[in-house]
Design a protein around this ligand. Structure first.
Ligand SMILES: [Zn+2]
Length: 80
């Protein structure tokens, strides 16, 4: 059996005996679809960032106008 010392697809040396038998490295094999993709230990990706809560515009707010908080008028003796 021929043993490959270098990758068939790239000038890299093959160090892995498995790769030497195949004639190409794992990287090239995967790039060419000759090898199944590496089974990486799937690390749970951080949960997707929650979308910013879209506050629906209030019905009584006119765009471009700032809302002024309502204050109850206190009826005092002086105001009458
Ligand atoms: Zn290669």
């Amino acid at each position: 059996m021929t043993k490959w010392s270098r990758c068939r697809f790239c000038p890299r040396r093959l160090t892995d005996p498995e790769s030497q038998r195949r004639g190409f490295g794992e990287t090239c094999g995967r790039q060419r679809g000759l090898l199944p993709p590496k089974r990486r230990r799937t690390r749970r990706r951080t949960a997707p960032r929650p979308k910013p809560a879209t506050v629906p515009p209030a019905d009584d707010v006119i765009p471009g106008q700032t809302e002024i908080p309502l204050t109850y008028l206190q009826v005092t003796l002086e105001s009458i």
